[in-house]
Structure formats: C-alpha cells, structure tokens
Design a protein around this ligand. Sequence first.
Ligand SMILES: NC(=O)c1ccc[n+]([C@@H]2O[C@H](COP(=O)([O-])OP(=O)(O)OC[C@H]3O[C@@H](n4cnc5c(N)ncnc54)[C@H](O)[C@@H]3O)[C@@H](O)[C@H]2O)c1
Length: 329
Amino acid sequence: MAILVTGGAGYIGSHMVKELLDREEDVIVLDNFQQGHEAAVLGGKLFVGDIRDTSILNKIFENHAIEAVIHFAASALVGESMVNPSKYYSNNLYGTLCLLDAMHQYGVKKIVFSSTAATYGEPVKVPIQETDATIPTNAYGETKLAVEKMLRWYDTAHDIKYIALRYFNASGAHESGLIGEDHEPETHLIPIVLQVALGQRSKIDIYGDDYPTKDGTCIRDYLHVSDLVDAHILALEKLRTGGESKIYNLGNGKGYSVKEIIETARIVTGHQIPAEIKERRNGDPAVLIASSDKIKSELNWTPIRTKLEQIIESAWKWHLNHPMGYRKE
Ligand SMILES: NC(=O)c1ccc[n+]([C@@H]2O[C@H](COP(=O)([O-])OP(=O)(O)OC[C@H]3O[C@@H](n4cnc5c(N)ncnc54)[C@H](O)[C@@H]3O)[C@@H](O)[C@H]2O)c1
C-alpha cells in the first residue's frame, strides 16, 4: 500500500518523500507547485494538482491503495495570512476538508498532519506544552488550529486517526545536499542569512535588539528537518500499530537567538554577513521554545541534529550546491 504525501514537492515534504523512498515505501505525491518544485521530488509517483480538486483526489484514491496520508500542503506565510485570510481558510481549512472527505469516502483511516507553533499565539510560559492555551495571533495559526479541531470530529465520526505535529522552526537540509529550502518569497531566517553570505542580499535586518533575552534579540526553537521527518516516521508507525489520535509539539527544546544564528552563520560560511538593527515587528514574541517531552516519552523520538552548527552547515551545503535553489542557472 502507498503513502500519499500532500505538499511533497515543498521544503519539508520533499525530505519526507526522500526518507519514505529510502525506507522502500510506495509513495504518491500531490502538489500544486504553489511553492513546490518538481526537482525536489526524488521519486515516487507525482500528481500535479490541488488538494481542493476532488477529481484529482478521486483519481488518486481510486487507482492506488492508499494506506495513510502525510499532509504538508498548505499556505504558510504568516504575514500574507493577515492581509489575505481567505487564501488561508480556503487552502488550509477547506483543502483539508476535501482531503478528509476523500479519505473517508475511500476508507483511508490514518493521517499525519503538519500543524504549527502558531496555534499557541503569545506563549503563557516557555517551554510551551501541548496543554497550554491555544490563542492564535494570526490567521495562519487559526486555520491550522481549526484543522486540528476538524480532525478530532472526523476521528469521532469516521474513526480516522490522526497525529498532528506542531512544528516550531524547521531548518537545515538533507545530508546528501540534494534537497533543501527554497521558498519564494523566503521568510525564514537561516536561508535569508545564507543568501547574504552568497551575495544575493546586501545585509540581514534584525527586528529589535531590546527584547528581554540574553542578547536582546528574539529566541526561536530550530529543529533540523531530518529530525522532524524522523518524528513523522514514528507517528506513522504508531498509527499503523493502532495508535490513538494525538497532538505533539516538535522542537529542539533549545532556543537560539537571531544574533546567535548570524554569528554561527559567519563562522560556517566565512562571510562577514552585515546586519542592521531595525524596529521590532508587531506580534513577535521574545521567546518561543517547545517542550517536546510528550513525543519523546510516548513515541520515543530523539532529535539527533540539535547543534546550531550542524543545522547551518547542512543548510549551507544545500545553498552552495544550489545558489539559485531549484531554478536552473
Ligand atoms: N517550515 C516551517 O518551519 C514550518 C513550521 C510550522 C509548520 N509548518 C507546516 O509544515 C508544512 C510544510 O511546510 P514547508 O515549509 O515545507 O512549506 P512549503 O510551502 O515548502 O511546502 C508546502 C507544499 O504544499 C504545496 N501546496 C500548497 N497548497 C497546496 C494545495 N492546495 N494543493 C496541493 N499542494 C499544495 C506547495 O506547493 C508546497 O510544495 C505546511 O503545512 C506548514 O504550514 C512549517
């Protein structure tokens, strides 16, 4: 039987597909390329289309024995979600509704879902635990939280079991150097810093250096994409062996400040990476760090690529090999 990976041509999805292929799983990818890249899909059967298109969903589910779905496809730009919430409700919530209805129609009972730290909003304490309040401060986080709630009712009504993983900051790239992060626009700190090192940007802006943190800059939890993928494998295995529906945080448990990222990138790349302090941005909490104790104890997950140098070195390898990302030079 096959695993359907939605959004499998994207950053995290392409790493998931590679890992599943390495494990000799049968993989089907559905991606509409709104952010994904054909070259990022290293194998399996690729369908180019939208999760909201029931005809393509029917085609996939009718012609392939799908055992489980790993659902990455979404719109994921926080800023965009604040000016165009419709796009987020349509793609993230309605899109997942279409997918779940197709799963129900074809009797597929397992799904691993990409949720996010943005479901929490402003943290009440750090490290953040799954039991903490979920009060999203942006439309993106709100749509992901709405999907988590929808999943609960599809489990109750149709026995579709889910594991929702609330990722903090995915980072780094595959050890092979073959796949990595290539978003347009790029909003994530590490690739932007590395684009400065490549000479593609003149400097990196630091939004605020007067936060109540050790060096005044914001602290975030960066998790290597391959550790994140490992957690999906464990989640899939849990569902395969009759596991109940669950929600887990997924983070490194270690926070790194913006200045630490830039400093480490300077060492790794040997480039001076000019930086400029700017005003704080609205709605940027000082510190976001996950407690991943629950998934560690229940699924035996252990992140192994936790050093910042390791994360940045892997991302740098990808950027050096592919300075234009997946586009041909
Ligand atoms: N990158 C992170 O740090 C992070 C953090 C928290 C949560 N997440 C979640 O993880 C998932 C993957 O993130 P990513 O960074 O790999 O994003 P990405 O944009 O690189 O990947 C998403 C993929 O889904 C595809 N897609 C989007 N809408 C689609 C649709 N309607 N039909 C078919 N394909 C569609 C895109 O083309 C893209 O290839 C997303 O759901 C995101 O919300 C990511």
